[in-house]
Design a protein around this ligand. Sequence first.
Ligand code: PLP
Length: 287
Amino acid sequence: MVQLPWANWNGAAMPLTDITVSVLDRGFLFGDGIYEVLRIYGGRPFLLREHFQRLRRSLKEIRIEADVERIEQRMHDTLRESGVQSGLVYIQVTRGAASRTHRFPDPPVAPNELIYVDAIELDPYEPFRNGGAKLLTVDDVRWGRCDIKSVNLLANCLAAQAAFEAGCLEALLVDRDGTITEGSHTSIFGVHNGRIMVTPMGPHILPGITRGLMVKLADRAGVEIVEGRLQRSALADLDEMFLTGTTAEVLPVTEVDGRAIADGRPGPVTQRLVAAYAAYLRDWLAE
Ligand code: PLP
């Protein structure tokens, strides 16, 4: 049995806590890197192709050249060595370590590649699965390329902390014009008149992998899903609200800023999608 979290650092397998990183790593100095998180069920990475597509895209958008096939192979090796059945994989690639200048190192240096696998023994979202989550609205002060899964998460961290201090599970990020974009680490959906509304893709949100699956599952379940911009001022009109994410899965939202969404209980459309997610996962596990 290896010590968890079990990691791979630039090709070398070791416990995560044994890794040491140069202070000149550009991820450390500038947040010059990207990451990806995958959920492990039954010892296998869920939605693997979709996560690696996004990883490739993030790398391309910030112009880091890394061998993604090699990262994927190392991820499989790390997962196998870890023996983890239920857990997560974290992957991070930074532009590497070089003397500190804002422009890219010239000549280029090798990216620093981190992979680690950890077990999830207790689902932190479990207490909210039946009763739903409370959210707090927070100004969305992030940069203009939130579609890149960058390790620059300061605004997300500040928002999540504000939510935590208000006794809420997640922050609901709101643009200057009152449009809800997404959560600090989740995608957001509203339900009105039996129809699901989800923020359109674009530079202001992360293209959530679970969001993508939800669009597919809603379609299959015969629930109409449309792209539209949810306004903070329209929250009172919603019949239901839910959020999605790799670790949150599909979670009902029952309160925002101390005000109940509809009757303050998880609604039927959300429950259908929770069941659709569970069924999809069951089928995938049986493959
Ligand atoms: N939005 C943001 C800002 C996130 O950080 C995340 C996940 O970390 C999500 C949405 C949900 O994305 P996914 O379903 O790929 O986990």
